[in-house]
Design a protein around this ligand. Structure first.
Ligand SMILES: [Zn+2]
Length: 455
């Protein structure tokens, strides 16, 4: 039994002092006490937080971040960004994907994320190649030490009505049979702290008659496996959905699928009141990616009204234009402040600390969406913990509940010094144990891709 002692930290919904956490050899928390003296054999630290799940990632896009910040003649919108991204995706192979994903996952761990939902559509395609691409993601998770919820994506069409895929979408495609085979082949390979789920790319990318077979395929593996979908990121797709079926995307999904706690509705950006109320009632989690949604000019989800109805949410770094849980939460809150000309919009009913509320709720929702036993420091949860360096000047004047507010809102330097996954320290003193090699390989690979694209 490993004994850890913290002078303070976030336990459940409360700020607690003099905390002892006991971790069993399987990496699960066996006991938590607060208000106790330092045990003789304890490993002593200052401030502890539960780690943050990152519920939405397209790992290969990390190497593309910052490469689409120019305007060409004509429109510059989500759809023109997507064409540039397809061009980049075409350069990927299993080796490059593993190198890029390993480096991204190291960045995530240092930023406080200890589990990631990899929304993986870069199959490249058909079973052998698709297996190699999924194995590259799994190897990257193992090399970095992050917990992976692997979400192979079903992608079949370029638009509603089963419209043929474009050339840029060819590496993403599977028929239902190939997809089911991929899930079956992956099943024995994904174990330990990793989870297997699935995703529908979007309503536009999967004809409605193919939904049921894919849900059956994952339920045959695990009845509780997570199911994710990009749901309503852009108004253009909402309008196309209405033109196709007479229903908005969220309306169609909730009427035609058994949407429950297993589901994560990523970018539920464009929803009307009856839709966000229905999502809250379903028990599904809304996946919000504030930095990417801002970068792509998507829009704002009505978080305050939805959370007041009991709706759950989590955060994702999606295109990885930012890899920082604190920045995602800061932008989530700032978007709502700017839209409403108010302050401290997201917090507990009756008031409280915004920072603490955002961290607690996003950790809980993200853990549910990834089927990972994390998100709070409690008996039975995995020991995925963050230690904050209180020597950082940005934290100097904050005490108790203010610590989380300063942590999220008071500056850019990352005050996370140590990160534990399943009882093992993977980041110490702000450094991941393999970061030099992993970042070195990343720089070489990304330079080679950039040169190949220039040629
Ligand atoms: Zn996405």
């Amino acid at each position: 039994m490993q004994k850890l002692y913290f002078k303070e930290g976030l336990l459940g919904g409360d700020w607690a002092l003099n905390i002892c956490v006991e971790v069993a050899s399987d990496g699960v928390i066996a006991a938590v006490h607060s208000g106790v003296d330092i045990p003789l054999e304890a490993d002593v630290h200052e401030t502890v937080l539960p780690s943050m799940p990152n519920l939405h990632s397209h790992a290969f896009q990390r190497a593309f971040a910052g490469l689409a910040e120019y305007r060409e003649a004509g429109q510059s919108d989500f759809w023109s960004w997507r064409n540039a991204m397809y061009h980049f995706a075409a350069q990927m192979n299993p080796d490059a994907l593993k190198v890029i994903t390993s480096a991204l996952y190291v960045e995530m761990l240092k930023a406080g994320y200890t589990a990631v939902g990899e929304f993986h559509y870069l199959h490249n395609s058909h079973t052998d190649q698709a297996l190699a691409m999924s194995e590259a993601v799994l190897a990257a998770a193992n090399d970095s030490g992050i917990a992976l919820t692997h979400l192979p994506v079903l992608y079949q069409a370029s638009d509603f009505g089963g419209k043929s895929a474009s050339d840029g979408q060819k590496p993403f495609l599977h028929c239902n049979k190939e997809f089911e085979r991929l899930l079956q082949v992956l099943k024995p390979r994904i174990s330990g702290r990793h989870q297997l789920g699935m995703a529908f790319h979007s309503l536009r990318a999967v004809p409605e008659e193919n939904f049921a077979g894919a849900v059956d395929a994952i339920e045959n593996i695990n009845l509780k496996a997570p199911i994710h979908i990009h749901i309503a990121e852009q108004m253009k797709e909402v309008e196309a959905s209405v033109a196709h079926s007479g229903k908005r995307p969220v309306e169609w999904l909730l009427e035609n699928q058994n949407v429950d706690e297993r589901w994560c509705l990523v970018h539920a950006t464009h929803v009307q009141e009856h839709e966000w109320k229905a999502i809250a009632k379903s028990g599904a989690v809304v996946g919000l990616c504030p930095a990417t949604e801002a970068n792509l000019g998507d829009g704002l989800f009505p978080v305050p009204e939805y959370t007041q109805m009991g709706g759950g949410f989590g955060i994702g770094s999606d295109s990885h234009i930012s890899v920082d849980a604190r920045e995602e939460l800061r932008l989530l809150e700032y978007g709502q402040r700017l839209a409403r000309q108010k302050r401290t919009v997201l917090t507990y009913e009756g008031g409280g600390h915004t920072g603490e509320y955002l961290w607690r709720e996003a950790a809980r929702g993200g853990a549910q969406a990834l089927a990972q036993p994390i998100g709070e420091i409690a008996v039975g949860k995995r020991a995925d913990l963050l230690v904050i360096n209180r020597d950082n000047p940005m934290m100097a004047g904050s005490f108790y509940g203010q610590v989380m507010d300063s942590f999220i809102f008071s500056g850019q330097p990352n005050p996370i010094s140590d990160v534990m996954v399943a009882g093992e320290w993977v980041v110490r003193g702000g450094k991941h144990k393999y970061e030099e090699d992993i970042f070195g390989a990343y720089k070489e690979t990304v330079r080679e891709i950039a040169m190949a694209m220039e040629a």
